[in-house]
Design a binder for this molecule. Structure first.
Ligand code: FES
Ligand SMILES: [Fe+2]
Length: 444
């Protein structure tokens, strides 16, 4: 339970808000690199309540500029993607990638007005097939060095989708290791209903569900990059089954991989505005390219990726709105619900989306002043405090955002491990969750 004031602090991300200012100190995923052809079609996006246009110049550098022209507000979506900058379609003003107006053909040739006009533009960088932007003040920090960024792109599968809810309640689902025993589980916890697909693409859910223990005990360890979250279930033989989630500042989560699993998955929960979030998902193989069959499982929604989209709209990220949504009850199958699965919504990713969007009703922001938290919410309480503390420290004392000066520390994995009762889990998983700089790296 939070005060209304703290709930506002956590959930509001526009310019000038404490959380919005904190988030702007980190690199923000914008679009996949493959979405931006050089000199070609641009993308409408929205990040932290700002409407923006992502584009790639004819010579290949990615740019991110305010959607609406500083002259009289026309959308640069319809503009001309030229060498040296984006040109507004209305009167031809041209803006360099750093935002400076460099040509104003609607003004007399002797005018120096262009030199006085700037638009909002953000520096971009690319890694792991993703275009990132830095929307904060001052010089950008180094990019965080996530493991997938080291590999050839054929090791990686990335998708994204819009969810109609606040970013933080969506991200809470990413560190909530407790819900898999319910939302994603079969009704009966026996092997007959725990499918191969479920384990293959879904974070060792089957093995955890098979323990029969639905009340995991949580332990959280602070790290340079965020937090390491252990959720313990008791195996029938008395050993402890730990599912280990990574939380990486400010909005990356890695749900636990199965024991010995080489496929690692992560979500990135990027606020569009305060009632919409882009739920990115990045999956990578630590040793080899993903096979077409593995990718197909994800494309078909058998894991947590959702790639079944509604027809494109002209809204920001209007090409990644899911076909299953609130208006059609997320394709709920009541027969499956009655006979087989705890929730009859098809696909783990859509199940997550349905409950996250349902929290607190259709207003988009759950009211945490009336929630009733239990011990299974330990990790969520921890991460809320971590972010609220960092946002307040930045606002009140100018304390730098945690982790931005430790980019290498972000190279971590999630895992699962079975240990004797009482064994120190955080020490035991260290070799599994922190790959050394060149471990498992396949040459490009
Ligand atoms: S509105 Fe953009 S140049 Fe006039
Ligand atoms: Fe989930």
């Amino acid at each position: 339970m939070l005060s209304r004031e703290d709930n506002e602090l956590l959930t509001r991300t526009g310019p000038g808000t404490p959380m919005g200012e904190l988030l702007r100190r980190y690199w923000m995923p914008v679009v996949q690199s493959s979405e931006l052809p050089p000199g070609g079609k641009v993308k409408r996006v929205q990040i932290l309540c700002e409407r923006l246009i992502a584009y790639r110049s004819p010579s290949g550098t990615a740019g991110l500029v305010a959607e609406f022209c500083p002259h009289r507000g026309a959308s640069l979506y319809f503009g001309r993607n030229e060498e040296g900058g984006m040109r507004c379609p209305y009167h031809g003003w041209k803006f360099r990638q750093d935002g400076q107006c460099v040509d104003m053909p609607s003004e007399p040739a002797e005018s120096s007005f262009a030199a006085k006009v700037r638009t909002t533009a953000y520096p971009c960088a690319e890694a792991g097939g993703i275009v990132f932007a830095y929307m904060g003040p001052g010089a950008p920090p180094p990019l965080p060095e996530f493991e997938f960024m080291r590999y050839p792109l054929n090791h990686v599968f990335t998708s994204k989708r819009v969810q109609d809810c606040n970013w933080f309640q969506a991200m809470e689902g990413g560190i909530d290791s407790s819900h898999i025993s319910f939302l994603h589980a079969p009704i009966r916890h026996d092997a007959a209903d725990i499918t191969t697909d479920m384990d293959r693409v879904s974070f060792g859910v089957g093995a955890a569900v098979a323990t029969g223990d639905r009340a995991p005990r949580f332990d959280v360890v602070d790290t340079d990059y965020g937090a390491l979250i252990g959720a313990r279930r008791n195996e029938p033989d008395g050993r402890w089954h730990w599912r280990v989630t990574q939380y990486c500042l400010p909005f990356w989560t890695m749900p636990p991989a199965g024991q010995g699993e080489k496929v690692i998955q992560s979500h990135i929960w990027v606020p569009m505005d305060d009632t919409h979030v882009v739920n990115w998902m990045v999956t990578w193989h630590t040793e080899r390219p993903l096979t077409p069959e593995e990718i197909q499982l994800h494309v078909e929604g058998k894991g947590a990726h959702v790639c079944d989209y509604a027809p494109e709209t002209p809204e920001p990220y209007g090409d990644v709105r899911t076909a299953a949504n609130r208006d059609n009850d997320y394709f709920m199958d009541w027969d499956v619900h009655r006979t087989t699965m705890y929730c009859g919504i098809p696909g783990f990713g859509v199940q997550d989306q349905a409950v996250q969007e349902s929290q607190g009703g259709p207003g988009g922001i759950v009211d945490r002043s009336v929630e009733r938290l239990g011990t299974s919410d330990t990790a969520i309480i921890h991460v809320r405090k971590l972010l609220m503390t960092a946002a307040r420290a930045l606002r009140e004392k100018g304390t730098p955002a945690p982790g931005v000066d430790r980019p290498a520390s972000f190279c971590v994995r999630s895992t699962s491990i079975v240990l004797p009762p009482g064994a120190p889990w955080a020490d035991a998983v260290q070799p599994l969750v922190a790959p050394r700089p060149n471990q498992s790296l396949t040459p490009a």
